[in-house]
Design a protein around this ligand. Structure first.
Ligand code: SF4
Ligand code: SF4
Length: 167
């Protein structure tokens, strides 16, 4: 947990009584404009298993390196020419194994930091403030999963690929 998120958790969350969310399948969060879907080690393994591909092959076909903090690089999904996610094909082609970044939307820490940030994000996601009521505990479960899902660094991926080649 980051220092900022610890501070934000000291305030009483505005979503104590839950929040409404129901995806309207507009596809906005899966493409249309440049962005990054970062992958953690858990995401990478889940996607490789779902696609029945080695880490080497999955990374070559579906991934790119994204600049991260302090000059490091982490693993992210490629985009198509129109900026849609590489795994988008009239829906998420890997929905059952989709990255935690995707499955925890829209309960990312910074999105639910305040009522203002939630409403601001709701201008771009028509599913927010619609659909079923997500309880405080469900929202917290997603927020924590999002925070714990650290993107995997390039060196770690290369090490996994090296270990894989020795099997
Ligand atoms: S932007 Fe919101 S409503 Fe649209 S696909 Fe994403 S989660 Fe669903
Ligand atoms: S992995 Fe699936 S859910 Fe996530 S952005 Fe890509 S298409 Fe959308």
């Amino acid at each position: 947990m980051t220092e900022n998120s610890q501070n934000s958790q000291k305030k009483e969350p505005f979503y104590l009584n839950g929040l409404h969310f129901g995806c309207q399948r507009c596809s906005f969060c899966c493409g249309h404009s440049p962005g990054f879907v970062y992958l953690s080690e858990r995401d990478l393994k889940a996607l490789c298993s779902f696609k029945k591909l080695s880490v080497k092959d999955f990374v070559e076909q579906y991934c790119r390196w994204a600049d991260y903090y302090y000059g490091t690089q982490v693993l992210a999904l490629k985009e198509q020419k129109n900026y849609d996610c590489i795994l988008w094909n009239s829906g998420c082609s890997c929905y059952e194994a989709r990255p935690v970044q995707c499955s925890t939307w829209p309960f990312w820490s910074w999105m639910i930091e305040s009522k203002e940030s939630w409403e601001d994000c709701a201008k771009e996601c028509p599913g927010m403030n619609k659909g079923r009521l997500w309880t405080f505990d469900e929202i917290e479960e997603n927020r924590i999963a999002y925070e714990k899902n650290i993107p995997i660094h390039k060196e770690e991926v290369l090490k996994i690929i090296e270990e894989e080649s020795q099997l």
